[in-house]
Design a protein around this ligand. Structure first.
Ligand code: ATP
Ligand code: MG
Length: 433
């Protein structure tokens, strides 16, 4: 018999019996993502190598040793995408998606990294990514976290996953911090392994993520400087507002001052959801803000925040615990308008939109992000094709909501308790197709 040709190490098949349950899980996630008003984008698997180098940073493991890079027949240097954010921004810039508009995008597909294969670490793996462009406030970060929380809840794994958050501040504050961190690391280099040692002058922050718990212990006793003492005021305010919004929304999280993420492009908020399951102790989902990346890739200054769920790890976790047509929305059903200048109002708007989502899991509702005048918010509502606008009636200091049909212009004032039944009669929420 002729010897058969095997698959490539670290690249595995999903067989038909697995694919059904994988599709079910993907559909649950997609429905929730659509429920939050995100639109799908499909991107090439291969991009120019220069794109990833510029986006991710030269002194990262990913660029140094994990990329699948090759020359095509014309001698052009190309790379199999190791992550989705760089390609998503490249497309946004190229197609004018960031011109005076907000984008909430999602994608799903394979990513490639030449890592050492092990359980839950593959060379081809699948990510479902979410990226929000054009909003800089903590409301956007908070809602992303709420969205992921809803996914874990729906999949019944909330208790299996721990959310860690941190802020890595502005590039300027990070630069100041890195100076003192480099001094500390140089004084204590005997505790570092070869790889961490090599990062002292090129990517000292990365060392925080790489050191063993034992070394961390020693460093803490030696009072390693912490980034939070070097943060700029605006990052501090952003982070404390985010923490408040999470608390008000009953999200459990832990602040991890060592959480810095592996790619260079992050600014401010970073987060990771880590599996507590003893057989898969890895990060299931991770992300953060990258407010300077669009500009760095040649676009105009556009704040952004995003994350990626590692689907392979999620499937493994679900298997471990449970042994066990998506439709692009042509329209959004409702757009929630409110005065975003006060955190109490943001919290109230979050509460109401979350209640509506609980009641109508298939409704497509967008909460306004980033404040703005009434006119601006109506403009945004129309732009995303909303059928109805819901306005919190803050002016009257009352608990009523104004419901406006954006097609006919008709509006009515409803009590908060009446809004659910009224929406039910207006939007065919049980049968959206
Ligand atoms: P890790 O620290 O585990 O290497 P990472 O920080 O490199 O993860 P990200 O670049 O943030 O990972 O990717 C987001 C998610 O994609 C991860 O949280 C994980 O779930 C998944 N992921 C990343 N690399 C792999 C891989 N080699 N195999 C399987 N899933 C992966
Ligand atoms: Mg990695």
């Amino acid at each position: 018999m002729i010897k058969y040709i095997q698959s490539i190490r670290g690249m595995h098949d999903y067989l038909p019996n697995e694919v059904e349950s994988i599709k079910n899980i993907e559909n649950i996630i997609k429905n929730i993502v659509i429920n939050y008003g995100y639109s799908e984008i499909r991107l090439p698997i291969v991009e120019k190598t220069a794109l990833f180098k510029r986006a991710i940073g030269n002194y990262t493991e990913l660029i140094e040793k994990e990329m699948y890079t090759f020359e095509d027949r014309n001698g052009e240097k190309l790379t199999l995408r190791p992550e989705g954010t760089a390609g998503c921004i490249r497309s946004g810039i190229e197609n004018g998606l960031f011109h005076n508009q907000e984008q909430r995008l999602w994608y799903l597909g394979p990513m490639f990294r030449h890592e050492r294969p092990q359980k839950a670490r593959y060379r081809q793996f699948y990510q479902l990514g979410l990226e929000v462009f054009g909003q800089k406030g903590p409301d956007t970060d908070a809602e992303l976290i709420l969205l992921i929380n809803r996914i874990w809840k729906k999949l019944g794994i909330s208790d299996e996953i721990l959310l860690e958050i941190n802020t890595i501040g502005s590039p300027q504050s990070r630069l100041q911090y890195c100076k003192v961190l480099i001094d500390f690391l140089n004084e204590n280099k005997t505790y570092l392994d070869k790889q961490c040692y090599s990062y002292i002058n090129t990517n000292p922050l990365r060392i925080l993520d790489k050191i063993t718990p034992h070394t961390k212990n020693i460093f803490e006793k030696k009072q390693i400087p912490l980034l939070r003492h070097y943060l700029d005021d605006s990052s501090k305010k952003h982070f404390s507002n985010l923490c408040n919004l999470l608390k008000i929304s009953d999200i459990t999280y832990r602040i991890n001052p060592y959480l810095v993420r592996g790619l260079d492009y992050y600014t401010g908020t970073v987060f990771e959801w880590i599996s507590k399951n003893k057989n898969i102790t890895k990060t299931i989902c991770a992300g953060g803000r990258y407010d300077n990346l669009v500009e760095k890739l040649g676009g105009k200054n556009t704040p952004a925040v995003g994350l990626a769920i590692g689907l392979d790890r999620l499937f493994l976790l679900l298997k471990e615990i449970k042994n066990k047509n998506f439709i692009i929305p042509s329209r959004i059903d409702a757009y929630l308008i409110y005065d975003g200048n006060h955190i109490q109002n943001i919290a109230k708007a979050i509460k109401i939109s979350e209640e509506i989502r609980c009641y109508f899991p298939l409704i497509r509702i967008r909460m306004n992000h980033g404040g703005g005048s009434l006119k601006t918010q109506f403009h945004r509502a129309n732009k995303c094709g909303a059928r109805f606008a819901l306005m919190l009636n803050e002016l009257q200091q009352s608990d009523t909501i104004i419901l406006k049909n954006l097609d006919t212009g008709q509006q009515e004032i409803l009590s908060q308790s009446a809004i659910l039944s009224r929406l039910e009669s207006l939007v065919n929420v049980n049968n959206i197709s």
